[in-house]
Design a binder for this molecule. Sequence first.
Ligand code: GLN
Length: 537
Amino acid sequence: MSKSTKFIFVTGGVTSSLGKGIISASLAKLLQSRGYSVTIQKLDPYINIDPGTLNPYEHGECYVTDDGAETDLDLGHYERFLNIPTSQANNITTGRIYKNVIEKERRGDYLGKTVQVIPHITNEIKDRIQELAKNQDFDLIITEIGGTVGDIESLPYIEAVRQMMWEYENDCLVIHLTLIPYLSAAGELKTKPTQHSVKALLELGVQPDILCCRTEHPLDLEIRKKIARFTNVSINAVIEAKDASSIYDVPILMQAEELDVVVLDKLGLSKRNPPKLDNWKNFLDRLKNPKCEINIALVGKYVELKDSYKSISEAIIHAGVVNNAKIKVHWIQSDNISTGKARDFLQSMQGILVAPGFGSRGISGKIEAIRYAREQKIPFLGICLGMQCAVIEYARNVLGLTDAHTTEIDPDTTHPVISMMEEQKKVSNFGGTMRLGAYACQLKPGTRIAAAYQVDQITERHRHRYEFNNEYLNSFKEAGLIATGKNSESGLVEAIEIKEHPWFVGVQFHPEYKSTVDQPHPLFCAFIHAALTHSQL
Ligand code: GLN
C-alpha cells in the first residue's frame, strides 16, 4: 500500500437513493481536478456475488468494466465523471466477501481458528479496500458503502470502517450523506432524521467528519449550526447538497460548498491549485444551451425503470452536447409494439435505438421497431440484443427466411442467424460466464462505423452469450447487410450495417459503457448527428 494513500468513506442515512454515487463521483472529480489521483469503490451489502445475475428491475443496469466485471451502475458514474477505467476491485459485494472467506476456510488458511464476522469478515472487507491502494498508486480512495446506516446487512462494513479509522487515524475520513426533509405543513426544514441517523452511526463507533445534507431548500446558517451542534461536526463541514437539475451540476455545487477544501484540510493535504474544471463547465454550458431539440426512441423491455439503461441515457446526453442538441428520449416499451403498429410509436422520431436485453419478452416489438427504422430510413442504433434483432429482422423480411431467429429464444429454428457462441456451449452456471469485458474489433474502412470512430482498430466491452452466425455472412452481404466490425482472433462479427440506408448500425458490444463527459462516445455522437441530419430533411 502506498504510504500516503488516504481513505474517504461515504455512508448514507435516513433513506436510500440520496445519491451517494453522485456525491462520491463529484468529490472525486474536484480532487482529481486539483491534480490528485483518485478512485472510487462501491461496497454492496447484498449476497449476490455480483449484480450480473440480478434482473434490472432489482438494481438497475449492470455495468461492465474492461476487465469483465459485472458491477453496480454507480461505477458507470465514476467512469463518466473521472474518465478513468474502473475494474473488478472497484465493486465488492457481501457475497464475494463471504465466498473469499469460505474458500480460505476450506483451504485451511485460518489454521483451525473459529471463523467469525469479526475479525474474518471485517478483515476481508478491509483487505478489499486496501487492495486498490496496493495495486495502483492512488492519493485517495473513496469507498462508498451501499445501503443505509442501521441496515443489518451493512453492519460489518461500518465495523470495518470503524477499525480503519482507528488503525489509520490521520488517513481516514467519513462523509455521511443524509436528508433534511421539508415539511410543507410546518414550512420548515427538519433536522431530526439526520440527528437520529448520526446517532445510529455513533452507536456503531463511527463519528462522521462531514455531513452532506440532501435538501430541496437552501440550508441557512441557523439550521447548519443546529445540525453541527447535534452531530459533533464542525459547521463548515455541514455541506448543503441541494437537488440539482442535472447530475453534472453536482461537482460545481459541491465546489461552491467547498466540500473538497474541507476534505483536504481534514486529511492534512495541500489544496494545491484550485480545481481546473474548464472542460466540465463548457460541457454544462452546452448542455444547458442547446440549439435545437430532437426526438430519440429508446426501445427496450425494462423502460419503466430508467436506471436499467443508465449508461445508454447518459451516453445520449453526452452525444447531444457534442451536437448542441437537446435530446428528448421517448422510452418505448417493446412489448407494446404489436405487428404493423410501429408507426404509432415511432413516426415523430428522428432516431431509433433498440436496447440490449435477455429473453423473449418484447422481442417481436423490437423487430417491428427495427423494420420501421429500416423501411422509413430513420437512423438506427442497435446494441447487443438490439443488433441481434436487426439481423433477425433482415433475415425474415429481406432474405425471406421467415422463421429466422436467435437460438436464445427458438433453439429449433431452421435459420439460426444468431446462435450460441462455441465457448458458451459448455457453460452451465449463469453467474459471470458470458463473454465479458473488453475485446478488440477491426473496423471495415469506408463504413459508417469507421467514419464514426475515425480509426480502424477499437476496443469495446461485451456482455453476451449469442453471436452473429457466420454461416449466413454471404447471404446477408449479397442482400445488403454487411459485417463492418470483426474480432480478428475469433472471427466473431461485432458490428453490422445496411449499405442502402442513411445510418443503420448494429453493434454486438456495449459502446455506452465508455462514454464520459471528457470523451463522449463517437458512435453515439455519430448516431445523434445522423438523427439531426434526418430532422432537417
Ligand atoms: N441476450 C443476448 C445474448 O446473450 C444479448 C445480450 C445483451 O443484450 N447484453 O447474446
